[in-house]
Design a protein around this ligand. Structure first.
Ligand SMILES: [Zn+2]
Ligand SMILES: [Zn+2]
Length: 953
């Protein structure tokens, strides 16, 4: 006998309860099957394995996470339940990312507020401080996930700075180094003077800014060593070049301090006379050559380009080509250094102003033009980044990229939506070596040691060799570890291998790897397709290829790829389809909305709109609707439990062993039983098929229609007629009806469970009176359709009955028949493959009850004086003559005629419009034609009815 459910559905309490229960009972722990079982599960199809894109340890849950996690949770729960019988299982693996820059900034801000700084603390104490911060606040986002019921395996929770994952990072670096794929080089990086680190191109956002193009005169040095410019100083010659000048143009005048040449196009006729000449760099006094390079655009600026290899990537390339030195004129904070002569110590922008002023004073400023610049900013702190020459660590990426491209080209990894495959290739074709060093303190410190004596570098040997104590080149013990740390994406790129134990894959220690690698699916956002997805593919394919298969055979590229599928989810926008942003103030906080409507309703809102490639316009009105949906299910459960209790009183019980599968009924069962079972099977088939192709929306809407429409609105109303608990009751019939009712409801709960895990868990436990066959509905098996799906005849019969009942209900309303009053009805006899009028005759009680009918008369012909309503294959008339208001009825019919006429005109206009016909899809035109002929029929009928009414009155 089921537990009583509280009268009102209150999501807050029950969700807190179950969220806590799922974590406490470790319900979603997925141990690796044993060696034999692993092989077995491979043969039968893998355990469904999915990695949570690790949120930053500093993160808080936003709507994007909520969508992403809802999608992952639905799939994990669906796969877990679908594989419940076979023991295939599902593993959803959670963790957090140490997020180098973000976390360091967070703690630095704290220190600033305390009047301290990381420099003051020193590296070791600072790193300890970050750990302390992490221990206190780091779990916030995972706690939010726990409350939202994410069905992850909490026992496997990782942090990217854990010892084992840090070991994997070190091993990956060391192996790449041994393979000669790691090098150190001078390189122009995007330097953030605030964060004090190099950041990748991907971490820079560009913004158009109004700036200037300054034209500066560099004096030409004559062969006798005299600078002609000095003689002409003060003569304001505006020509782009003169005897004495070469005028360059720049948007960043302060970088002139680091100029080492001026480049011109070899065929630029304006400057032929300057070939082979030298210039005197103002302020600094350095002699710099005029060089010829075809890369120079004659049309931009003055056609003469100052060359600053240390502060511009193009100039750096020019400098390499012409074997020029690089002179860095800025320090790490963006201040001019000693190379900048009189400007040393000034901030870059202060120096800019002063340089321009001084140039003007010396007559060296030829002009200032307005110019719109595309200026790069640090994604984290919004500071303008400075291209700056520095020594960094790189991965020679091409060999890794080649493998990663092959994995996708050979379809070992598939993208949904498919268009992202193209985006992936575009990026991979233009890939540059990966700068993996960051000048931070928080992160994985690069495992390389510098020798103070011979200046060479020692990197430990692979296979977890200990840290070196002496230089491998000269034997000196004066070695110190590199101060840079690795890019955060280096460690997160390794996650698919490292979370399953790589590189420590001993005979005994590799069951996880064997069971779960490659993972089945990755669900993530477009914004980290390159940062993360591409890097996982590159590093995964590279390192997993060296891990033999469980049977010792070599691993194929297909089995080296870190995942089989990538699903890129869409954006959650506001109800007006605007992007959510803090400045617009339209950000929806998922936690707030969950408090208001419950997690189930919010999840269902997202699911009901989620499909590949379609952004979601989040509308709270919809969430309110799904809250009502949950309430409807709650009330259905209460109705059902009440009947189970009443049945028990007369000795009728439902055997719990009859539950848990897919219900079926015999051909002799009543129509509504056969129909609801067939509907359930059809629904399950549709939902399973929709989830296969990530159509969360189709799946959710199909369940919604089944539960609300078929089950609650129709089936429950009909089954009431069979639930007879009186003394004279046909007990066998009542028991059969009750059994089907409970079976279908229980299966429907399981069908809904991945979408609304909380309410279904609550009701399911109550249904089994606290003694369910599993600890959770999430461990029961997911409904799969059986042969009953094919019972199309039953479905059609029911649809015809539903049509007639609905039409009579509408007609009653039109005639203002009081709700309680049953009325006589006439039905025109008809024939159809499903049985025609006989369907009504066979289900007389049902039709009469649901449509409030006192008596049904079948007639062979329409009687003219009555108002007939058309429905599907037949016509019905509600006989309510006693109170018919002729005037009102006449008016109603007149209105109806007018409406049909208007629709007909509009349809005719559209169908007569050639350009519309040329553009509209075929099915739209077909639909319009169908609508047109139906409208014409309805119009005729309404006209006939009005005529009859006029004739009789
Ligand atoms: Zn920054
Ligand atoms: Zn040495």
């Amino acid at each position: 006998m089921p537990h009583d459910l509280p009268k009102a559905y209150d999501p807050a309490d029950l969700e807190d309860h179950w969220a806590e229960y799922w974590v406490r009972e470790n319900l979603f722990a997925q141990p690796a099957p044993g060696a034999d079982a692993a092989t077995q599960s491979r043969l039968n199809g893998q355990t469904f394995t999915i990695l949570l894109p690790p949120p930053n340890v500093t993160g808080r849950l936003h709507m994007g996470h909520m969508l992403n996690q809802t999608e992952m949770d639905i799939l994990s729960r669906w796969h877990r339940m679908s594989g419940a019988k076979s023991g295939r299982g599902a593993l959803w693996l959670p963790g957090t990312d140490h997020a180098g820059i973000a976390t360091q900034m967070m703690v630095e801000r704290q220190l600033l507020a305390e009047g301290s700084s990381r420099q003051e603390l020193g590296r070791e104490a600072f790193v300890e401080r970050v750990w302390e911060w992490k221990r206190h606040y780091g779990g916030a986002i995972l706690d939010q996930m726990k409350r939202l019921g994410a069905s992850v395996d909490w026992q496997r929770e990782y942090f990217t700075m854990d010892d084992n994952l840090s070991g994997a990072v070190r091993e990956a670096f060391v192996r790449l180094h041994e393979q000669n794929l790691i090098y150190r080089g001078a390189y122009i990086v995007n330097w953030c003077p605030r964060c004090q680190t190099a950041i990748s191109d991907l971490e820079v956002f560009h913004e158009e800014q109004k700036g200037h193009l300054w034209e500066i005169r560099y004096p030409v040095i004559e062969n006798d060593g005299n600078d002609t410019g000095e003689f002409l100083a003060g003569a304001h010659d505006n020509r782009s070049s003169s005897l004495g000048w070469l005028t360059v143009a720049t948007t960043r005048p302060e970088t002139m301090l680091g100029d080492v040449a001026v480049a011109i196009h070899p065929e630029d006729e304006r400057y032929l006379h300057l070939h082979g000449k030298k210039l005197r760099l103002p302020f600094v006094g350095r002699e710099i050559p005029v060089i010829l390079d075809e890369w120079v655009s004659r049309d931009f600026g003055t056609g003469a380009v100052k060359v600053t290899p240390a502060h511009d990537p193009n100039d750096f390339a020019l400098g390499e080509r012409h074997h020029l030195p690089s002179i860095n004129v800025m320090d790490s904070e963006g201040k001019i250094n000693a190379e900048g002569g009189p400007f040393a110590g000034l901030d870059r922008y202060v120096a800019r102003k002063k340089i321009v002023a001084d140039l003007e004073e010396q007559g060296l400023l030829a002009g200032i033009k307005d110019h719109t610049n595309n200026v790069g900013h640090c994604d984290r702190c919004k500071t303008v980044v400075e291209p700056r020459l520095s020594t960094q660590w790189f991965i020679k990426i091409q060999p890794l990229a080649d493998k990663a491209k092959a994995a996708v080209r050979e379809k070992h990894i598939r993208f949904t939506p498919e268009m992202y495959e193209k985006t992936y290739f575009e990026w991979m074709e233009n890939i540059h070596d990966w700068c993996i060093s960051r000048q931070l303190w928080w992160g994985h410190r690069i495992p390389a040691w510098h020798c103070a004596k011979c200046r060479k570098i020692t990197v430990p040997a692979p296979n977890m060799s200990p840290d070196p104590t002496v230089c491998e080149h000269c034997g000196s013990d004066k070695i110190t570890q590199e101060t840079d740390v690795l890019d955060t994406w280096f460690s997160s790129g390794l996650l698919p291998v490292s979370v399953f134990g790589w590189p420590n894959l001993t005979e005994k220690n590799r069951t996880d790897f064997d069971a779960f690698y490659p993972t089945s699916l990755l669900v993530t956002g477009f914004d980290i397709l390159f940062f993360w997805v591409a890097r996982m593919i590159m590093l995964g394919c590279w390192f997993a290829q060296d891990v033999p298969m469980p049977d010792g055979s070599p691993r194929s590229l297909a089995d080296s790829a870190p995942f089989r599928e990538v699903y890129i989810h869409a954006l959650v926008r506001d109800a007006n389809r605007e992007k959510m942003s803090k400045t617009k103030g339209n950000v929806i906080d998922p936690i707030e909305i969950v408090k208001q409507y419950g997690t189930d309703a919010v999840r269902f809102t997202l699911a009901s709109m989620a499909s590949p490639g379609t952004d979601i316009a989040f509308n709270v009105a919809r969430t309110e609707g799904y809250r009502a949906f949950a309430n409807k299910i709650w009330n259905a459960a209460r109705f059902l439990f009440m009947n189970v209790d009443r049945a028990a009183e007369i000795g009728i019980t439902v055997d719990p062993a009859a539950l848990g599968g897919m219900p079926s009924v015999g051909a002799d069962a009543p129509l509504e039983a056969r129909w609801i079972v067939a509907e359930l099977h059809a629904t399950a088939a549709k939902v399973n098929a929709a989830l296969e192709i990530y159509r969360y929306d189709d799946a959710a809407n199909t369940i919604y229609q089944f539960f609300w429409g078929s089950f609650c609105d129709w089936y429950l109303e009909i089954v009431k007629l069979r639930l007879d608990f009186s003394e004279t009751a046909d007990k066998a019939q009542t028991k059969a009806a009750l059994t089907t009712l409970v079976q279908v409801f229980e299966a429907a709960l399981r069908l809904l469970s991945p979408f609304m895990p909380f309410i279904t868990e609550e009701i399911w436990h109550a249904l089994y009176d606290g003694n369910p066959p599993e600890k959770s509905i999430a461990l029961a098996s997911y409904p799969k359709s059986g042969a009953e799906t094919a019972d199309v005849q039953t479905l059609f019969k029911m649809y015809e009955l539903q049509g007639i009942i609905s039409r009579i209900r509408t007609r009653r309303k039109e005639l203002n028949v009081p709700e309680k009053v049953a009325v006589p009805v006439k039905i025109l006899e008809w024939a159809s493959p499903t049985g025609g009028s006989k369907i009504v005759e066979d289900n007389l009680r049902l039709v009469k009850k649901l449509a409030q009918i006192s008596e049904i008369e079948f007639v062979a012909q329409k009687q003219d004086h009555l108002v007939w309503s058309s429905v599907g294959p037949t016509d019905v008339v509600v006989v309510y003559e006693a109170q018919i208001d002729v005037a009102a009825e006449r008016e109603r019919l007149a209105k109806e005629i007018a409406k049909h006429e208007k629709n007909l005109i509009s349809a005719e206009r559209q169908l007569g419009n050639e350009s519309f016909l040329a553009k509209a899809p075929a099915q739209v035109v077909e639909g319009l034609k169908k609508q047109q002929s139906e409208t014409r029929l309805l119009l005729e009928k309404a006209r006939g009815a009005l005529e009859n009414l006029n004739k009789d009155n």
